[in-house]
Design a protein around this ligand. Structure first.
Ligand code: SF4
Length: 279
């Protein structure tokens, strides 16, 4: 069956998922915060998590953004190989961003990097940032992940010596320690290992879309070590510095070992819509 996707449907879907992402945290993130609130024994840290949960509740109930920094807008698009569109997908998503900026509303965050001139509508050269992937079938899935600057600015990338595999964990812990309370903890830590200079960063960012309750042994070990650093919610101490760690890897050059750490604040916002496909 051919999927009928029009430009206007994509524009409206972009506004819808942006509204959802900005006003409603995904269930697994809320669950992780609820669990952390129960487990946290430090009273100040507990109160901080309660404050965050209250903020999340009010944002959802009133359909208002959960943070004043509504982020820059990162999109992940999965396009079915057999899908044919008779319009420019990038143009439709960009138009959705323009309209959403006014309708939700979103803070205009996009500036030209050198002149610092604000475009006023969250679009500009390279923004929204749209990453495309071809998949089987004839569906189209659009995911948006607004990214605030507070956590993004504390992210790091290093090109380790290939013999330094044993230093990867230390680099991650050092990044989190240096970030302290700046990225609004409890954080989610996305790690990209391998690939190339830019691929490692992309792996780290896309790792932030993983469900928080699905971690492997290596990720849990790093999480435990991060939570023993004592940074705590909003940097005020406690045992809840991070909610999850997700690591993604890719083969790399034999002479390289890129490692990227993308930090995400508690406002781990993302939402998706799928047209057609198997669902
Ligand atoms: S780091 Fe996150 S929670 Fe803190 S101000 Fe930025 S978007 Fe908001």
């Amino acid at each position: 069956m051919t999927v009928n996707i029009t430009r206007e449907k994509v524009v409206e879907a972009t506004i819808d998922i942006l509204r959802k992402a900005e006003t409603e945290l995904p269930d697994d993130v809320v669950e992780a915060l609820n669990r952390a609130e129960i487990d946290e024994s430090d009273p100040v840290a507990k109160a901080q998590i309660q404050g965050i949960l209250e903020n999340v509740r009010i944002a959802k109930e009133n359909a208002v953004p959960m943070c004043q920094d509504t982020g820059i807008l990162i999109f992940y698009v999965e396009i079915g190989r057999s899908l044919r569109l008779d319009f420019d997908l990038k143009d439709a998503i960009t138009e959705g961003v323009r309209r959403a900026t006014e309708a939700i509303p979103l803070r205009p965050n996009a500036v030209e990097p050198l002149t610092r001139k604000n475009s006023g509508d969250n679009t500009g050269s390279g923004l929204p940032d749209i990453k495309y992937e071809l998949v089987e079938g004839d569906g189209l899935t659009i995911t948006v992940a607004p990214k605030g600057a507070g956590s993004e600015n504390m992210s790091t990338l290093t090109m380790l010596n290939p013999t330094e595999v044993g230093s990867i964990k230390n680099f991650i812990l050092e990044t989190v320690l240096n970030a302290g309370g700046m990225p609004c903890p409890p954080i989610i830590v996305g790690v990209g290992i391998g690939g190339s200079f830019d691929k490692a960063a992309r792996l780290a960012k896309s790792a932030l879309l993983s469900r928080l309750d699905e971690m492997n042994q290596f990720e849990r070990e790093i999480l435990d070590e991060i939570n023993s650093l004592g940074i705590g919610p909003m940097g005020l101490g406690g045992s809840t510095t991070a909610l999850a760690v997700h690591v993604r890897t890719a083969h790399c050059h034999t002479a390289s070992l890129p490692v990227a750490v993308n930090i995400q604040c508690w406002a781990n916002r993302h939402a998706s819509i799928t047209f057609g496909g198997d669902e």
